[in-house]
Design a protein around this ligand. Sequence first.
Ligand code: TMP
Length: 199
Amino acid sequence: MKKRGVFICIEGLDTSGKTTHARRLVRNLRKRGFDAIYTTEPSRGKIGRFVRKHILQRKKRVPSVVEALFFALDRVDHVEKRIKPALEEGKIVVSDRYVYSSLAYQGAAGLDLKWIEEINRLALPPNLAIYIDVPPEVVVERIKRKKSVMERLETQRRVREVYMKFVENGRLVPVNGNRTKDEVAKDILAVVLDFLKKV
Ligand code: TMP
């Protein structure tokens, strides 16, 4: 019988450690014999590269509706070109950000969550979605230290509020990200291995 793939996404605020932990999860799964791949959004495809260059790196932000549509477009491209083919080969796909990023960030910018869900209807639902929870105050300090774009505490709070709605309704599994990297990685791996036992 053909092995079924498993689609996992890792979500969190900027500097919450998503990228480190998504990569580390892939390494940990590979060590245990699973065929796992790392991927990210905005994607590395043509549309994702356009989004990074023209939507994220502009000094003046484009309207949130336009951002939401571009992220949704990139997501469909990402699903069709990278995620689905890997799942069909029976791989575990770990995506660093997915549809919950649109819900949280563009939702926090004031867009209707139902509309964001609607424009993302073609995006394959993940089998497991993990939210690395780091307090917005901690995130803002980390961003300052990294000397990157100074994100406002209020913005991070609003983004976290939306993420927490999905934690509360059970769509996102929370992991406390305000601990050492090793502790967070161990918890993420435990959540994933427990999930894999059930599928
Ligand atoms: P990252 O490369 O650190 O993950 O950052 C990508 C930025 O893009 C981050 O600030 C969140 C934002 N983003 C959205 O606002 N909506 C989305 O759907 C995605 C995928 C990213």
